[in-house]
Design a protein around this ligand. Structure first.
Ligand code: NAD
Length: 353
C-alpha cells in the first residue's frame, strides 16, 4: 500500500504518458491535473486514470498532440473540435479562451466536442474565479459512457454528467461546487473495485430493481447494475433532471453526441460559461457578501455526529492540506497497473514502491 509525494506521482504519470507517445508539455499538464485530483481527495480522478488513458492511446481513441481547432466563433462564443486529444489539455485551453472572451464581452460560452476525459472538473472554473469571474463547466460522455439509470428506471441511460461552479472569494477556502449528477461519480465505483470493497447501499440499482453492492456489476457485460441519479430512490428525479439537461447542453448544443443505442465512443463534451462579476456588482462588494453568506450559513446548529458546517470546496481544500503533509495513498492494484506500463515501455529511473 504505497504512499507517495505528489511530485513522485506527477513524475511517474508524466513518464508513462511520454513513453506512450505524449509530448512532454501535455504529459506534464495531464499528470499535474490528475495529481491535483488525488490531492483534493478525489482519487477517482487521479492517477487511477493513467492506465485508462494509455489504453485509449493504444486503441487510437486518444490522440496525444491533437490540434485544438476553433470551428465556429463570435466575440463571446466558440465551438471547439478537440480532435480526440487529452481532455485536460483541451478543457484548460477552452477555459482560457472563455476567460479571454468574458473579459472583453462580460459573458462567454465555449463548447467542446471530441475530447477525451477531462478529469476532475473543479480546476477549470477555479481558473475563472481567480480572475474575479464566475466559472461554470459541465460535461457528458458523448452518449457512449452510459452508467446512470433514469429516475424510475434500472438500466444505464445517461453518464454521470457532472457540473462545477466556482466563484471569486476573499476567503482562504476556494468556493468550488464540483459534483456528478449521479449519487457518485463512476470513478468512485472503480475505486471500490480496485480496492476489492463493496459499494455502499444506495449507489447501485440492479437491472431487476434490487439494491446491488458489488462494483463489478456495473462493469459486467451485459451490465447487471446502474448508478442511481443524485437524490437516489426518493429524490432522484432532481439529479436525473439535471443530468438530462446537461446531456442536451453538452451532447446536442455542443455537438458532442447524446445517449442513444448506437453511441460507441466516450468523449467529454464540454460547456464552459464564464461571467464577469464586475459587470453586475463591484468585485469587492461581491466578495464581501459571499463572506457574509458563508458566515451566516455556518451559524446553523449541526446534526448529531456533525462537528461543523462546511461550504462547497472546503472538504477538498482541507484534504489537500492533509495530503501535502502526509502523502497520497495509492492502492496496490492501481500502482501495479502503472508499474506494469512503465516496465512495458522500458521507462528508465522509474520509482520502485
Ligand atoms: P462528491 O460526492 O464528493 O461531491 C463533491 C462536492 O460536494 C464538492 O463540491 C464538495 O466540496 C462538496 N461537498 C462534499 N462534502 C461536503 C460537505 N460536508 N459540505 C459542503 N460541501 C461538501 O463528488 P462526486 O459527485 O462523486 O464527484 C467527484 C469528482 O468526479 C468531481 O471532481 C467531478 O468533477 C468528477 N467527475 C468527472 C467526470 C468526468 O467525466 N470528467 C464525471 C463525473 C464526475
Amino acid at each position: 500500500m504505497p504512499i507517495f509525494k505528489p511530485e513522485e506521482l506527477r513524475q511517474a504519470s508524466s513518464d508513462v504518458f511520454q513513453a506512450a507517445g505524449a509530448p512532454k508539455a501535455e504529459a506534464d499538464l495531464v499528470a499535474d491535473f490528475l495529481v491535483r485530483a488525488n490531492l483534493a481527495g478525489h482519487d477517482s480522478h487521479g492517477v487511477i486514470r493513467v492506465p485508462q488513458y494509455v489504453g485509449e492511446i493504444k486503441a487510437g481513441h486518444l490522440v496525444p498532440g491533437a490540434p485544438i481547432q476553433i470551428v465556429q466563433e463570435t466575440p463571446s462564443t466558440a465551438l471547439i473540435n478537440g480532435n480526440w486529444g487529452f481532455g485536460q489539455v483541451i478543457a484548460k485551453r477552452a477555459t482560457e479562451i472563455a476567460i479571454e472572451k468574458a473579459r472583453a464581452q462580460k459573458i462567454s460560452i465555449v463548447n467542446v466536442y471530441n475530447s477525451n476525459h477531462i478529469g476532475r472538473l473543479g480546476d477549470y472554473p477555479q481558473m475563472a474565479a481567480q480572475q474575479d469571474m464566475i466559472g461554470i463547466i459541465m460535461v457528458n460522455a458523448g452518449g457512449a459512457g452510459q452508467s446512470v439509470a433514469p429516475f424510475g428506471g434500472t438500466a444505464k441511460r445517461l453518464a454521470t454528467n457532472p457540473i462545477s461552479i466556482a466563484v471569486p472569494t476573499a476567503g482562504e477556502v476556494p468556493l468550488i461546487l464540483d459534483m456528478a449528477t449521479s449519487v457518485v461519480a463512476e470513478g468512485k465505483v472503480r475505486i471500490k473495485r480496485n480496492r476489492k470493497q463493496k459499494t455502499p447501499d444506495g449507489w447501485l440499482i440492479g437491472i431487476d430493481g434490487n439494491p446491488v453492492n458489488d462494483p463489478e456489476a456495473l462493469y459486467a457485460n451485459p451490465p447487471r447494475a446502474a448508478i442511481l441519479p443524485l437524490g437516489g430512490l426518493t429524490a432522484g428525479h432532481k439529479g436525473y433532471g439535471l443530468a438530462f439537461m446537461i446531456e442536451i447542453l453538452t451532447g446536442i448544443l455542443a455537438r458532442n453526441g447524446y445517449s442513444n443505442e448506437k453511441a460507441s465512443r466516450i468523449s467529454n463534451g464540454t460547456v464552459v460559461i464564464v461571467i464577469d462579476v464586475a459587470t453586475f456588482i463591484p468585485v469587492e462588494e461581491f466578495k464581501r457578501q459571499v463572506l457574509d453568506l458563508i458566515r451566516y450559513i455556518k451559524t446553523s446548529p449541526c446534526m448529531p455526529g456533525v462537528d461543523e458546517i462546511l461550504v462547497p470546496g472546503e472538504p477538498e481544500y482541507r484534504e489537500e492540506k492533509k495530503r501535502l503533509k502526509k502523502g497520497i495513498f495509492v492502492e496496490d492494484e492501481t500502482w501495479n497497473q502503472i508499474k506494469r506500463l512503465a516496465e512495458e515501455f522500458g521507462v528508465k529511473s522509474f520509482i520502485s514502491k
